[in-house]
Design a protein around this ligand. Structure first.
Ligand code: TXA
Ligand code: MG
Length: 348
């Protein structure tokens, strides 16, 4: 590791990208923006560099990384087989917030795949991510893949702004490319093409309705145990946890739950959708934080809001449950994981 952080601010963006590409070629780790969340990238063909990503993130070695590509044509360098359905999805949604899991070629480093015989591929649409991939290919002399998990410490919510990455990793990464706020603020949708039918492994920024447009109404399976509503806390591995323990409640129950916790002397805050309490009984006097009511805007702001809230060190955050509708699947999934982690922390 070079011990250097982001380049001097006066450098033009093109120079920062060239610098980042050179660092990646030399085995460095560079955080970069994508349209979903920030990624912590290393040259996917360099096992040593990929191991550093795991180290910095504190991620267990058997959790595979997504390989980011400049274009769909590069998928064949990583996937042993690219079925017709995969090509259809790539043609329609790449570059964009869709990750495809395909059988891996033998040459793909096992550091990237976590020892599995499949590989996750995605072409990001953020112009800075694409420029970085092209610059890295330029200095490497061949097409490349950038192995990158979300640029957060393992178990924390994903970063949607450059300062989130700097706050987590400071000088531990060689460079942080600042591309402003991420457009989706939610991780990519992951679809496995290993089985008979495409299967959603993780709901994300690409909505199910978009996938159905290409695959047909019955063309896609949900992963085992996936449900659209917030899941029962405690059944999920601790993940996506903000620091403040959170609970999810229907709008009508927020007031009562808040009273109970306040009576126990806890410092409580509420996170709810804009205008959601219209016509409902007033909440007790509490700090209230809002997110926009439409699902895409809510998703875009969620992680940043949770990070911001953590700074107040409330004892408990009461989150108003978003609607139990498919368009809210990714948000409900992340919220219930965060709530499950909070339970987990309380028990331990
Ligand atoms: O939007 C995103 O997907 C962001 C940006 C940076 O691209 N990346 C991201 O990476 O969310 P990460 O590492 O936080 O999540 C990747 C997910 C993990 O849940 C991992 O288990 C899954 O992808 N994954 C990777 N390779 C896989 C494989 N071969 N089979 C099944 N799941 C895989
Ligand atoms: Mg992640």
């Amino acid at each position: 590791m070079t011990g250097m952080t982001a380049g001097p601010r006066h450098l033009p963006l093109s120079k920062l990208i060239t610098q980042a590409a050179a660092r990646l070629r030399d085995g460095g780790v560079v955080a970069f923006p994508t349209e979903t969340v920030y990624g912590l990238g290393a040259d996917a063909g360099n096992p040593e560099a990929v191991r550093r990503v795991f180290e910095i993130k504190g991620r267990p070695a058997d959790h595979p990384l997504i390989v980011h590509l400049a274009e769909a044509a590069h998928a064949d360098a990583w996937a042993a087989e690219v079925p017709e359905t995969a090509r259809l999805l790539m043609a329609r949604f790449w570059p964009g917030p869709l990750t495809l899991v395909l059988p891996a070629r033998d040459e793909v480093p096992r550091e990237v795949t976590g020892g599995q015989d499949s590989v996750a591929l995605r072409a990001p649409s953020h112009p800075l991510a694409l420029s970085l991939l092209r610059a890295l290919a330029g200095v490497s002399g061949h097409p490349v893949g950038l192995a990158a998990p979300s640029a957060n410490r393992f178990g924390q919510v994903s970063p949607t702004e450059a300062w989130h990455v700097r706050a987590s990793f400071g000088g531990q990464v060689d460079q942080v490319l600042d591309g402003g706020r991420c457009r989706y603020g939610m991780e990519s949708t992951i679809v496995s093409l290993l089985g008979e039918r495409p299967r959603v492994l993780r709901p994300g920024a690409l909505p199910m309705s978009a996938l159905r447009e290409v695959l047909g109404e019955d063309g896609i399976e949900l992963s085992a145990g996936a449900s659209l509503a917030p899941r029962v806390p405690g059944t999920l591995a601790a993940h996506y946890a903000p620091v403040t323990p959170l609970e999810i409640h229907a709008a009508a129950d927020l007031g009562h739950r808040a009273e109970t916790l306040l009576a126990r002397g806890l410092r409580v805050a509420v996170l709810r959708r804009n205008r959601s309490m219209r016509g409902k009984p007033a909440l007790p006097p509490l700090p209230e934080f809002l997110l926009p009511a439409p699902p895409a805007a809510y998703a875009r702001g969620l992680y940043a809001r949770l990070r911001e809230l953590d700074r107040f060190a409330f004892d408990r955050l009461l989150v108003e449950a978003p609607p139990d509708e498919e368009i809210w699947w990714a948000v409900n999934d992340r919220l219930s994981r965060a709530a499950a982690s909070a339970r987990h922390l309380e028990r331990s």
